[in-house]
Design a binder for this molecule. Structure first.
Ligand SMILES: N[C@@H](CCC(=O)N[C@@H](CS)C(=O)NCC(=O)O)C(=O)O
Length: 203
């Protein structure tokens, strides 16, 4: 059985990505949730016992260890091809969408700390506005081109999983109205998805 080490579900957005993907695609796994400790040095030492970077998520497949959320998604896709769309163009979009999230959207990540519940309304500064506009463009590109309702077509793929914490951030920092109508509809769809509700402990 695959084992997925994750951080506290109220804090760890990187853990959420492979977790919701595996739930959404019915990939069986055992989850091991680790609390964050007040003393970061102690936490790093403790997490080092299962993670080479002292970070989560980490996937264990027998003796094979895969650290980093994107590496986990790519590894799983070898056995579960539904993780990426079958259509080559949609797959190219999904790869790019995942990697853009993995490497980017710094303002969103820094200014809107991950939280699964409402935090506060914020008025975005120009840097955050620029990222929200790029996010809207990226989502609309997928939704319109591949005809939805998910980013890369009619099934939930890694592209959607990668943006699930972003959907929660937009809702919990009251930023949904900054997005276009197709993006707002997508936010609702993802927020109501069974795998996201399961992460939030709602079912
Ligand atoms: N690039 C990594 C980022 C992992 C990451 O930053 N994880 C956070 C939790 S969301 C963590 O482990 N923080 C603890 C620390 O850095 O000490 C990935 O995609 O897996």
């Amino acid at each position: 059985m695959l084992k997925l080490h994750i951080g506290d579900k109220k804090i760890s957005s990187w853990s959420m990505r492979p977790w919701v993907l595996m739930k959404a695609l019915d990939i069986p796994f055992e989850e091991i949730e680790h609390p964050y400790l007040e003393d970061n040095t102690t936490q790093k030492a403790l997490w080092k016992t299962f993670s080479p970077t002292s970070q989560v998520p980490v996937l264990l497949d027998g003796d094979t260890l895969i650290w980093d959320s994107l590496a986990i998604v790519l590894y799983l896709a070898e056995d579960y091809p539904a993780i990426f769309p079958t259509d080559k163009v949609a797959r190219a979009y999904a790869y790019s969408a995942c990697t853009e999230m993995h490497a980017g959207f710094q303002q969103l990540r820094q200014q809107c700390n991950f939280s699964p519940v409402f935090v506060k309304s914020i008025i975005p500064d120009s840097l955050l506005k620029k990222e929200l506009s790029r996010l809207d463009e990226l989502w609309q590109q997928g939704l319109l081109h591949f005809k939805g309702p998910f980013l890369a077509g009619n099934t939930f793929t890694a592209a959607d999983a990668y943006y699930t914490p972003v959907v929660l951030r937009l809702i919990n920092y009251d930023l949904v109205s900054m997005m276009s109508l197709p993006a707002q509809q997508y936010i609702q769809l993802i927020h109501n998805h069974a795998a996201i509700r399961a992460w939030l402990g709602l079912q």
